[in-house]
Design a protein around this ligand. Structure first.
Ligand code: TA6
Length: 303
């Protein structure tokens, strides 16, 4: 922990609204409690782990009960920030999956009221360790507004002298009551790369339903809506400056391969990830910035 809890709260705490606490694994976390929403973001990875709008009463995000809360491990659930590559590193098999941003301690920059929401901003910059894995200078800023809706803005700035390209994902884990009676709409007609058992290019027909391991990169997409029929809830995922959507559920066999995921928990989660990956990677000139945004709202399922 870079700073004591007391000094964090002296500097950033908002009485009755937002406090920095020692969260799971003693990792520092900002906990928001306002009349419209509750939420939590860990400085470890700049990772949102919870959002409970008052209208919903239950968490919209899924976190595994077997998640490992350690500075050297990624948290299984919430909204991991994948940067500067997605999935396996293209050339270095020893490099961490989904990049290193989710394994680093981010700096708390501010906590502020923004309309009905409480906005928490954290940031992270390149250093000697990150340059060993990725030889570029960058600055990441993540602004999370916990309100009746949830908005997350990820801004990447190129602080170097050369152009660089990067992949990024807000790898959101949404909580569902039962994946068997959950569907995803909004991607009808979109082409996608099915990455289960090799890469195949396909085209989506109608809504997505889940009957087996699903791991797909949708190309050129807009927003999408999760219909969780078992809970009678819809989760509407909108976005800006994101060309791709990754849809993931590990199903039975793959779920067993993760030490930090309960064998039966695959039924209660669905990842709908806001991304710029593969051909959608962002090319950023020196001094330039790019902001990708996801905004999430929940509503009761209308019969
Ligand atoms: O986003 C889908 C995916 O890339 C899957 O292939 C699966 O590996 C998942 O991410 C989780 O990756 P992680 O590195 O967090 O275990």
């Amino acid at each position: 922990m870079n700073q004591s809890l007391d000094s964090y709260n002296d500097q950033f705490g908002v009485d009755g609204v937002a406090q920095v606490v020692a969260g799971n694994g003693d990792l520092p976390a900002v906990v928001v409690r306002s009349p419209v929403a509750q939420g939590t973001i860990y400085l470890h990875g700049g990772q949102v782990s919870s959002w409970i709008p008052a209208s919903a009463g239950t968490d919209v995000l899924f976190v595994s009960r077997q998640a490992i809360w350690r500075p050297d491990r990624a948290i299984r659930g919430g909204i991991p920030v994948c940067f500067p590559w997605f999935g396996a590193h293209p050339a270095n098999p020893k490099a961490p999956s989904h990049g290193f941003a989710r394994l680093r301690e981010w700096r708390l920059d501010s906590i502020a009221q923004r309309g009905d929401a409480v906005a928490v901003t954290v940031d992270h910059s390149s250093d000697a360790t990150s340059r060993e894995l990725w030889p570029h200078d960058f600055h990441l800023r993540l602004c999370v507004a916990f309100g009746a809706s949830l908005q997350v803005d990820l801004t990447v700035t190129n602080r170097g002298r050369e152009t660089f390209s990067f992949e990024e994902a807000l790898h959101s884990y949404f909580a569902v009551d039962d994946i068997h009676s959950t569907s995803l709409s909004g991607l009808d007609g979109a082409r996608y790369l099915d990455t289960v058992g090799g890469i195949r290019e396909m085209q989506q027909q109608g809504d997505i339903r889940f009957e087996t391991e699903t791991d797909r990169i949708y190309l050129a997409t807009g927003g999408a809506t999760i219909t969780d029929s078992a809970r009678g809830r819809r989760i509407v995922v909108n976005k800006k400056n994101s060309g791709n959507t990754v849809v993931w559920n590990p199903w039975i066999a793959k779920a067993k391969t993760f030490a930090d995921l309960g064998d039966d928990e695959w039924t209660q989660m669905l990842c709908v990830e806001t991304c710029n990956v593969r051909d959608g990677a962002i090319v950023l000139d020196a001094g330039q910035s790019h902001t990708m945004t996801v905004s999430v709202a929940v509503s009761d399922q209308v019969a």
